[in-house]
Design a protein around this ligand. Structure first.
Ligand SMILES: C[S@@+](CC[C@H](N)C(=O)[O-])C[C@H]1O[C@@H](n2cnc3c(N)ncnc32)[C@H](O)[C@@H]1O
Length: 323
């Protein structure tokens, strides 16, 4: 999520004045230790209490950090409401650049602005928390998705999962390029989302052990249903089972963390893959054309090949990890 330390300071000060001694629940952000609030997030990178849905009992107030995906915001607000006392309060805060100035209604009510500053706003929901809100199941969608090399599949998703309702163009390019790979034993799908790459891997290499990880609990939950026979874990960053010698690492890696774009994920992916794979292993990655992956791959692998490119995406294959 995108939040500013200066805005968190304003938020904590404002809520301490308005609701002294109240038990708060922070949704999708990490409160300072001084306030002793509960916290929950669907994202492993945003809280210690990570999961599909929060299970806290009755907070006096819940405070949600704005998600740039509008539908994911509704889910976060409904999750927060489910843990807040009927006479409690629901707040939403975020930065102008993420769209806090154009937040619409939630349920039957809108928001009032209670603070402007630190390039953002703090809003208070004006509805009643006794109003019924959708459950997690009601947010799930199941629709048909055409997956390259597999065909039409019934596909489960939640609001905020990557490329909802379609296969991303970069992922699609990668899937076509992967036709050149023959029978790996162990496949790792890093940043697996709802499991599209893993689904193709299961279909194409039925004897391979397929393993995926993602930092979004709801993507992982969907992937577990979408790809029978594969294993998925919730993890912030690279995570493989111990002593699991992987021979194919495949990824359309993330490019965003917090406020902006970051190179950290693909750089970490290259070094982790190099360390985890044996000499016969291969790393296949799709990135946007402007990402300087090539020179970084060449410092870690002996053989680096640009295998495909289209519409601003490039697929790279790297083999023979350097010592
Ligand atoms: C570009 S998407 C690719 C998703 C999926 N593999 C596909 O091709 O449809 C990148 C994925 O990385 C996940 N991600 C973002 N930050 C992460 C992190 N810190 N650790 C693990 N996964 C992360 C996102 O939730 C997202 O599902």
């Amino acid at each position: 999520m995108t939040y500013e330390p200066r805005q968190i300071e304003r938020l904590v000060r404002l809520l301490a004045e308005r609701h002294p001694g109240a038990q708060g629940l922070a949704v999708d952000w990490v409160p300072p230790q001084t306030v002793r609030w509960w916290s929950w997030s669907r994202y492993a990178s945003q809280s210690q209490n990570v999961g599909e849905w929060p299970t806290f009992a009755s907070a006096d107030l819940s405070v949600v950090s704005l998600n740039k995906v509008r539908a994911a915001n509704r889910l976060a607000l409904a999750a927060a409401s489910s843990c807040t006392k009927p006479d409690g309060e629901l707040y939403l805060f975020g930065q102008n650049e993420v769209g806090i100035r154009s937040v619409g209604a939630f349920g039957s009510a809108g928001f009032e602005t209670v603070d402007i500053g630190a390039h953002g706003r703090i809003l208070r929901w004006t509805g009643r928390l006794t109003e019924p809100q959708p459950s997690l199941d009601e947010f799930a969608s199941r629709r048909e998705l055409e997956i390259p090399g597999v065909g039409l599949c019934e596909w489960k998703e939640y609001p905020g999962c990557f490329s909802e309702g379609r296969v991303d163009a970069g992922t699609s390019l990668l899937l076509h390029a992967l036709e050149a790979v023959s029978a790996p034993r162990r496949v790792y799908d890093f940043g697996c989302g709802t499991g599209i790459i893993s689904r193709v891997a299961r279909q194409r290499w039925p004897f391979a052990d397929v393993y995926g990880s993602d930092h979004d609990a709801l993507s992982v939950a969907a992937a577990r249903e979408n790809v029978p026979g594969a294993r998925f874990v919730l993890a912030d960053g690279w995570q493989l089972p111990p002593n699991w010698a992987v021979d194919l690492v495949v990824s359309n890696p993330p490019f965003h963390a917090g406020k902006g774009r970051t190179d950290d994920f693909w750089r970490a992916l290259v070094s982790e893959a190099r360390a985890a794979m044996d000499s016969a292993g291969e790393l296949w990655v799709v990135v946007q054309r402007e990402v300087p992956l090539d020179p970084v791959l060449r410092t870690s692998f002996r053989e680096v090949v640009r295998c495909a490119s289209s519409g601003g995406h490039v697929v790279w294959r790297a083999r023979e990890p350097l010592p």
